[in-house]
Design a binder for this molecule. Structure first.
Ligand code: NAD
Length: 306
């Protein structure tokens, strides 16, 4: 038995170099043609180049996921190119931010709009396109652990990821009569593994995906420090996931093997979310089996292709 997305067309929003690109590559390696969306044309094009380097077929469709005009236009480009859409991955998001006491309304509203309008508009118009063509497709929204548990310092993110958790269940109900499935995937701070991104990091000496924002100056004297994150030490199997692990799972979620799975959330987290809250995993465990890679290009090929 082989999982295949052959003959299917997919759209991945926010196909930047980390998780979006990893999922887009996975869908392509499993056989789908992939439209790579991003608000940044460079990011969308880089994702297309990565897929093509790995033998897949892809197009770049630039646009803002929260603009209905943009969404209709780039979905139209997908339909014009391939005549169909079978898979939508709602991945675009604005990460980061601040806690309740320091967040500003401008950032809060923009982050919520990108998540809310982005998931709503792309799901609505992709679903209509599927229904009109009799396609029993698959929609996956990318959430976060912040959809399910509260962390300090990310009030906008917590709000929109938590909201999307129930958006997915309700959309699953709306689209169930058409055989269209809606699920979510919750990443848990994966270790980046896109060779292009890692090469960029090496050049600039960067080691962290998203450095914490600088502490604002002049905090009031009642200010109390928040907690901290340990996203590597709390994984029962001892090893963080990668965008490639996420891609394998999302590709399977979009395959016909998952034909009756809808309204569900998935994780690939070495047991992190199943963990009793106060349980601290031991060090020195055996780890998982080796990762099955999806990017089969070398850094030389990355350099040669820009
Ligand atoms: N990186 C993590 O540790 C982590 C953990 C949990 C969940 N996630 C989720 O996974 C997804 C991808 O995360 P990532 O780490 O790859 O983030 P990222 O910031 O590297 O990529 C997000 C991409 O979305 C694009 N984008 C932002 N606003 C957009 C808009 N309005 N229209 C179109 N594109 C837009 C950005 O340009 C960027 O390329 C997000 O939904 C994020 O919340 C990430």
């Amino acid at each position: 038995m082989e999982i295949s997305l052959e003959g299917k067309a997919a759209l991945v929003t926010g196909a930047g170099p980390n998780i979006g690109s990893g999922i887009a590559l996975a869908l392509a390696r499993y056989g789908a043609k992939v439209a790579c969306n991003d608000i940044s044309t460079d990011a969308a094009k880089a994702c297309v180049r990565r897929i093509e380097r790995n033998g897949g077929e892809a197009i770049a469709v630039t646009g803002d996921v929260s603009s209905e005009e943009d969404v209709k236009r780039y979905l139209g480009e997908v339909l014009e190119t391939w005549g169909r859409i079978d898979i939508l991955i709602n991945n675009a998001a604005i990460l980061g931010g601040r806690g309740l006491l320091e967040e500003n309304l401008g950032f809060f509203n923009r982050a919520v709009t990108v998540a809310a309008a982005g998931n709503f508009l792309n799901s609505k118009h992709a679903a209509i396109a599927m229904i009109e063509r009799g396609i029993k497709g698959s929609i996956v929204s990318i959430l976060s652990s912040n959809a399910w548990q509260g962390a300090g310092g990310v009030i906008a993110y917590a709000f929109h990821k938590g909201g999307l958790a129930n958006f997915v269940r309700a959309a699953a109900m709306d689209l169930a009569p058409y055989g269209i499935r809606v699920n979510s995937f919750s990443p848990t701070a994966p270790t980046p593994d896109n060779p292009e991104l890692l090469a960029e990091w090496k050049k600039t000496g960067r080691t962290e995906l998203r450095p914490r924002p600088q502490e604002p100056a002049g905090r009031p004297d009642w200010w109390r420090p928040g907690g901290r994150f340990d996203v590597r030490g709390m994984i029962p199997m001892g090893v963080p996931s990668t965008p490639t692990d996420i891609g394998h799972c999302v590709a399977w979620m979009c395959s016909d093997y998952a034909r009756l799975i809808t309204g569900c959330d998935f994780v690939v987290d070495g047991g992190a979310r199943a963990k009793y809250w106060g349980y601290i995993p031991a060090a020195g465990n055996a780890g998982p089996v080796p990762l099955i890679p999806l990017d089969v290009t070398t850094m030389d090929e990355v350099d040669a292709n820009g």
